[in-house]
Design a protein around this ligand. Structure first.
Ligand SMILES: NC(=O)c1ccc[n+]([C@@H]2O[C@H](COP(=O)([O-])OP(=O)(O)OC[C@H]3O[C@@H](n4cnc5c(N)ncnc54)[C@H](OP(=O)(O)O)[C@@H]3O)[C@@H](O)[C@H]2O)c1
Length: 222
């Protein structure tokens, strides 16, 4: 039975990943930062682990808890949007810290722990980035703190992909998805987004290592 690790699975896209991999018969290790979130994951048949991605002890603890696991698919999903600015207003320092810590620093703490476990299975590792992080396709500075954080996350993913010897590491744009973050007016529901990302992950070859793609597998310019 293959194993999936979903980091940030209490709701939205992460929870849907956990649910769909369970429905497909996978063993699913899934993290949530609250006990209620972990209980819901247990009810889905997942193995829940506690993790606040901004807590350095939790991050180190994840390494201990996962020890020498063999992970076929790992998804770093946890993320925050931050202030919904329309202009070039300088972010408040606490907003900057929350967005950059959650979306970037956590990846730099967690991915070096997770990569060896994915290497054990010559598996797939994905970060949930965003098209808003693309510098090349940018036409609007809306929510520039979030954009900067996802551009930085993409940089982190690229470096992880360079360290990968057997696995395939990619950055995903999940689509504009109806979640608490995406809002009710978004284009697609979580089922479609995650079904697309799972199918894309399954079809990835080692030659796809280091790519930035959307939930249907289409390339996105960095
Ligand atoms: N929805 C979209 O249209 C869209 C588009 C592009 C990219 N994305 C990306 O997709 C990912 C998932 O977004 P979503 O739409 O599913 O958003 P969401 O419904 O707001 O869910 C965010 C998830 O991240 C977790 N999280 C946030 N901070 C955390 C922390 N410090 N420690 C642990 N978990 C934390 C949340 O856990 P709690 O329940 O504990 O808060 C929740 O499970 C994010 O990285 C987001 O940037 C979403």
């Amino acid at each position: 039975m293959p194993t999936a690790l979903i980091i940030g699975a209490s709701r939205g896209i992460g929870r849907e990943f956990a649910q769909q991999y369970r429905a497909a018969g996978w063993r699913v290790i899934a993290t949530a930062r609250t006990e209620a979130g972990q209980a819901e994951l247990r009810a889905l048949g997942c193995e829940p682990l506690p993790l606040d991605v901004n807590n350095i002890n939790d991050c180190a603890g994840l390494g201990w808890l996962l020890d020498d696991e063999k992970i076929e698919v790992a998804v770093l999903n946890a993320g925050v949007f931050g202030p919904r600015t329309a202009s070039l207003a300088s972010p408040q320092e606490d907003h900057f810290d929350e967005v950059m810590h959650t979306n970037v620093l956590a990846a730099m703490r967690l991915l070096p722990i997770v990569l060896p476990l994915v290497e054990n299975a010559a598996g797939k590792l994905a970060v949930i980035s965003s098209r808003m992080g693309s510098i090349a396709s940018r036409s609007d500075p809306e929510a520039w703190l979030y954009r900067a954080s996802k551009a930085a996350l993409n940089s982190v993913l690229k470096d992880i992909s360079l360290a990968a010897k057997k696995s395939t590491c990619i950055a995903f744009h999940p689509g504009w998805v109806k979640t608490e973050m995406g809002g009710a007016g978004a284009e697609i529901d979580v089922q479609e987004s995650v079904a697309g990302m799972r199918a894309t992950l399954a079809s990835l070859a080692r030659s796809d290592n280091g790519k930035f793609i959307d939930y249907q597998g289409a390339a996105i310019a960095w």
